[in-house]
Design a protein around this ligand. Structure first.
Ligand code: NAP
Length: 460
């Protein structure tokens, strides 16, 4: 059986080796989840809730261990890794709370003449087995966004975490076992997407695929999944506008963090930053100064801001795109530096909308700063994207804020913040190339349940 080597992204050391799940292993995992489904679906809501809350508490108690593991296998700076653990505890807590309020409503059947004498109501029933496939960049919280709602709703699931970062999911599963989750309710399979992920997506057993990852893989999954529900949480080339009335004290540190946290490997990382020309010089001077002051290096250092990228290939791609942009006339306002998986934050100006660093999802520590003349021009540039996940606008003018809300075809608009803002109970997801469906615990539960109508004929 082939093996998966999970490495420390900063040192290159092998942390652990896992067996790769082939099609037969995936089939066995789906079978165990199918057999566990009837009992879990019949488990009372308060019991499902208690297990979710118990797991959340166990994760919280092991924050240090989780954060260290995330920092090592994902290369995420420790402070952001610890922040991810806090958020995951919240996500599982929300799931534990939502487990107790999954319900339908009554239907006024007699609104139709054909419905006279009847009483109707609907319930929300679990789907069955959910296949969950997750990316490397939030190895705990994006797993939580699938595990929490699936278990809250009474589904069982088979989870395939990213091959770069499976160890955090294994530790999370341990917390669920300790909290009393019965065998088979959550199965983990490990391996490359094209092998293990593909077998899971094509398997006819699960009722749903819940996928978070890149648009090309999402589009492929939609083609091969067959007759099942599919939720796709995909990428973005996220943008934010800064208007002249914005507070630079607020906007500058926040936009720098939004561009470079987790080496820009966040689906709502700030990649296109549009700044009104009236404040562009002052903004850029401060933006570059704050960027230069970031601490780059070992993610285990408590004050590290930017660690390594996930792989050499990811750093190679980012470097190629940056060099291509520079060759075509872009300017870098920070020193361009690359060592293995480490890529130092890059601030670009003079970029064009058709350059890859602008029109494709970079998923790297780079940002383009673009000047605009009028609010309408800036808004048009921000809206010019095939993606539609989230966008930001800094202004204290409510009319402008609402013009942006109306104009942008995205899942979320953040006013006086950047595209990166998210809390885990809000509806979250993208339009167009950014995906199909929404997460955010309650909203994911809606997508992981079937409505079942009951109609009572009380007439003669
Ligand atoms: P990815 O390459 O698409 O991989 C995501 C997951 O899909 C991984 O588990 C991967 O397995 C698996 N996979 C790959 N090919 C597959 C196939 N043919 N069939 C089934 N599964 C397959 O994405 P990534 O590089 O890990 O993550 C970055 C992307 O995720 C970016 O586009 C980012 O914007 C997006 N993202 C979106 C959100 C959101 O909520 N909208 C959040 C975070 C990230 P392997 O790891 O083994 O390749």
């Amino acid at each position: 059986m082939a093996a998966l080597e999970v490495i420390d992204k900063f040192t290159g050391e092998i942390i652990r080796t896992l067996p790769i799940a082939e099609a037969a292993d995936v089939d066995a995992a789906v079978g165990r989840a199918q057999r566990a489904f009837p009992a879990w679906a019949a488990t009372p809501a308060h019991r499902r809730s208690a297990i979710l809350l118990g797991a959340a508490e166990r994760i919280r108690a092991r924050t240090e261990e989780f954060a260290t593991l995330i920092a090592r296998e994902a290369g995420k700076a420790w402070k952001y890794a610890a922040g991810e653990v806090v958020r995951s505890v919240e996500t599982f807590t929300f799931a534990g709370e939502e487990a107790k309020r999954i319900h339908g409503e009554t239907v006024p059947m007699d609104a139709s003449a054909f419905g006279e004498g009847r009483v109707g109501f609907y319930l929300r029933a679990p789907l069955g087995v959910v296949s969950a496939i997750t990316p490397f960049n939030f190895p705990l919280n994006l797993v939580a966004h699938k595990v929490g709602p699936a278990l809250a709703a009474g589904n069982t699931l088979v989870l395939k975490p990213a091959e770069e970062t499976p160890l955090t999911a294994i530790l999370m599963a341990e917390c669920f076992r300790d909290a009393g989750l019965p065998d088979g309710v959550m199965e983990l399979v490990h391996g490359p997407g094209e092998v293990t992920g593909d077998a899971l997506v094509r398997h006819p057993g699960p009722a749903k695929v819940s996928f978070t990852g890149s648009p090309p893989v999402g589009a492929h999954i939609l083609k091969v999944a067959g007759l099942k529900r599919v939720t796709l949480e995909l990428g973005n080339n996220s943008g934010t506008i800064v208007e002249p009335d914005a507070s630079l004290d607020q906007a500058v540190p926040r936009t720098v963090m939004s561009a470079f946290a987790n080496s820009g490997q966040v689906c709502i990382s700030l990649q296109r930053l549009y700044v009104h020309e009236a404040i562009a010089d002052a903004f850029l001077e401060r933006f570059v100064a704050v960027t230069r002051a970031l601490k780059i290096g070992n993610p285990l250092d408590r004050d590290c801001d930017v660690g390594p990228m996930i792989s050499d290939e990811a750093a190679d791609r980012a470097e190629t795109w940056i060099r291509e942009a520079l060759d075509e006339g872009a300017r870098a306002l920070t020193d361009f530096r690359r060592e293995g998986r480490m890529l130092w934050p890059v601030v670009l100006t003079n970029t064009r909308p058709d350059m890859k660093v602008m029109c494709r999802e970079a998923f790297a520590p780079l940002v383009s700063v673009v000047r605009y003349r009028s609010f309408e021009d800036g808004l048009a540039m921000l809206a010019d994207s095939p993606y539609g996940l989230q966008a930001g606008i800094y202004t204290n003018d409510l009319k402008k804020a609402f013009r942006a809300v109306a104009a942008l075809d995205v899942g979320g608009v953040m006013v006086n913040d950047t595209s990166i803002f998210r809390v885990d109970h809000m509806p979250y997801g993208g339009n167009r190339m950014s995906g199909i469906g929404r997460e955010g615990v309650r909203f994911a539960i809606e997508e992981m349940t079937n409505l079942k109508l009951v109609c009572l004929n009380l007439g003669d």
